[in-house]
Write a protein that binds this ligand. Structure first.
Ligand code: ADP
Length: 600
């Protein structure tokens, strides 16, 4: 069966508008009517002037009735113009905000269903732009531009009809520059290179905005590491790329735009010789002079709607890009559930010939990895940086879908387990824990919303962080980020409290590479061991001393499981492990020398 062609731009926007389509159409129709009514006073004044001049040249009296009718029509036209315009604006704004509301809800709920791995690939800036600017751009387009486009197209059409009714010869002449300018504009918009350049401009702008947001967010870290100039140079490069894209687009469009501007304002240039020809050969000079004046005035007034039309056509291409970016999010693959959704009770883990590659890399990050972890055991993933330890842990959390092979918990393929069920089963303590701008209690309760204040306190105690929290004037009700800030080690202890409260049977710990001080390190280690008691633990370990007593150690390098076993076994059988342990010992020895001065 032939797949239906995917809609784009305004057509796709109408699809996203759903039930609001009717209101948007009504708003456009009213906008067109409003534009038509706007023409009535012009035409009435033309007829009045014509009557005055004709009666003056013939020396006859004016019929007051004709005046009243024309003046009345003019007043009704002006009133209808206002009423239709007002109703159109009300309808379009109402529809725009309803569409925006529904679209944001749709995007946010989609973001909740997308595999978490998506967020690793998207910069914060790009996502912020998508949810704020791109959606806002749609508001401006639906509430204002759409009706303006309807009017921008119909005002010249109505005007041309009126001109043809008045004098078809002058109307034809006045059409020549319009047709030429339209041809030039549509040729410019149709060109593939032009669209590609517009896209390049939008893409480089999005990258630059993403870099700015990251630059600002990362400023404290950059300052500490003295990397502000390096990060600034990345921003400078992105900024230059954007400026280059703008310059390229401007040069590319210069000829077309120049010609367009030259023609669309040139109606009078075409009308004057034609008018001179008509007036030189007329049988009714007075009537034709009025007609010529009418043409000159009306044609000069057509410049504005034509200019509007061009700007709106350019806006239309921006909307296409915004709609395409929104669609890109809406089409992201969701976490797939195979079957009805199974329950898991046990906590033994099995990787069965798992291979996985990140979309942006050719080389797999995990290659044919197989291992089994018994329930209630402490297991460590060790190996050189970039070997695939975090990726393996993320695959267990179903952040990504393996290309081949399967991952089982309690003998059940995790793809057959609902995401909510899976996350209830696993507690993940990240290396850089994130705390929300909320009370400390709510931060600890994340994932265990029904927990009592006492349970929160006990979890904090077990995580060695209760003393610090209780010393704050507002205790657990203190707002993080506003009323207090925590160090990296303290944040990790709060994250451990969160995991302790969750009491999940599987715990994934990403051991922090650097602790602030020895005391903090000891407190975290203690909290880790309390959290791990009785659980199936996977620890991504950076310091090998802490995992010497692990039930099993998995050595991972270059996406593969190199070896596994207990510490003593691996010291004998695995050269890579031996090398890493020796390097760790040398580092610890070096750290002691640093702390102890020359004494050691
Ligand atoms: P480790 O935890 O052992 O340091 P990772 O699992 O983080 O290793 O990385 C394994 C490989 O996958 C590396 O080559 C890394 O560059 C790559 N990688 C990690 N995260 C991503 C990502 N979000 N997108 C693309 N590649 C990634």
């Amino acid at each position: 069966m032939k797949e239906a062609k995917k809609k784009q731009g305004t057509a796709r926007l109408m699809e996203l508008a759903g039930a609001k389509k009717g209101r948007m159409t009504a708003a456009c129709v009213l906008s067109v009517l409003s534009s038509a009514c706007r023409m009535v006073p012009y035409f009435a004044i033309y007829r009045i002037l014509q009557l005055i001049v004709l009666h003056y040249s013939e020396g006859t009296a004016l019929a007051a009735q004709d005046f009243y009718i024309l003046a009345g029509a003019s007043a009704i036209g002006a009133i209808c113009y206002g009423i239709c315009g007002y109703c159109s604006s009300q309808l379009s704004h109402g529809a725009a905000y309803d569409i925006l509301y529904e679209l944001r809800i749709k995007m946010m709920s989609k973001m909740g269903r997308i595999s978490p791995g998506y967020y690793a690939g998207s910069t914060q800036g790009a996502l912020k732009k998508l949810l704020m600017e791109d959606v806002e751009q749609l508001e401006v387009f639906i509430a204002h531009s759409l009706c303006e486009i309807a009017a921008a197209v119909t005002v010249p059409v109505f005007t041309i009809i009126v001109l043809f009714i008045t004098d078809w010869r002058l109307a034809l002449v006045s059409l020549i520059p319009i047709v030429l300018s339209m041809l030039i504009l549509s040729a410019a918009l149709m060109k593939k290179d032009g669209a590609a350049l517009q896209k390049k401009m939008a893409d480089t702008k999005a990258v630059m905005e993403g870099t700015i947001v990251e630059y600002i967010h990362g400023m404290p870290v950059l300052k500490i590491f003295g990397r502000t100039s390096a990060a600034f140079s990345r921003f400078e490069n992105d900024n230059t790329a954007f400026a280059e894209a703008v310059r390229e687009t401007a040069y590319y469009n210069a000829n077309g735009m120049g010609l367009y501007y030259a023609f669309f304002g040139a109606q009078v240039l075409f009308l004057l010789p034609a008018s001179a020809l008509i007036l030189a050969n007329t049988a009714n000079f007075a009537a034709d002079v009025i007609t010529v004046l009418f043409f000159l005035v009306v044609c000069a007034g057509m410049k504005e709607p034509l200019e509007n039309m061009m700007n709106l056509a350019i806006d239309g291409t921006k909307i296409n890009q915004a709609v395409a970016r929104i669609d890109d999010l809406l089409e992201q693959p969701e976490i797939q559930l195979k079957g009805e959704g199974k329950q898991i009770t046990g906590s033994d883990i099995e990787f069965n010939d798992v291979t996985f590659s990140y979309a942006e890399n050719d080389e797999p990050a995990i290659k044919n990895m197989s291992f089994k972890l018994e329930a209630g055991t402490l297991n460590a993933l060790v190996g050189p940086s970039g070997g695939g330890k975090s990726t393996a842990a993320k695959l267990l959390m179903h952040f990504y879908e393996p290309e081949s092979g399967c991952i089982k918990i309690d003998g059940t393929d995790i793809r057959e387990v609902r995401w909510n069920e899976l996350v209830k089963h696993i507690a993940y303590v990240f290396q850089d824990s994130f705390l929300f701008n909320d009370t400390i209690a709510n931060n600890i309760k994340l994932g265990s919303e029904d927990a009592t204040a006492e349970q929160v306190r006990n979890a904090a105690k077990a995580a060695n962080i209760a003393e610090l929290i209780e010393s704050l004037p507002k205790g657990y009700e203190t707002i993080v980020g506003e009323e207090t800030n925590f160090s990296g080690g303290e944040m990790q202890r709060i994250a451990i409290a969160r995991a302790i409260l969750k009491d999940a049977p599987i715990v994934v710990l990403d051991e922090a590479t650097a602790y602030a001080d020895a005391e903090s390190e000891a407190k975290i280690q203690e909290a880790f061991s309390r959290l791990s008691k009785g659980k199936t633990v996977i620890m991504i370990a950076h310091r090998l001393k802490s995992i010497e007593n692990a039930d099993s150690i998995l050595v991972i390098n270059d996406g593969q499981l190199v070896s596994s076993g207990k510490h003593t076994e691996l010291m004998e059988s695995c050269p890579l492990y031996r090398e890493m342990v020796n390097a760790n010992d040398r580092r610890d020895c070096w750290t002691m020398r640093e702390r102890g001065g020359e004494a050691v």
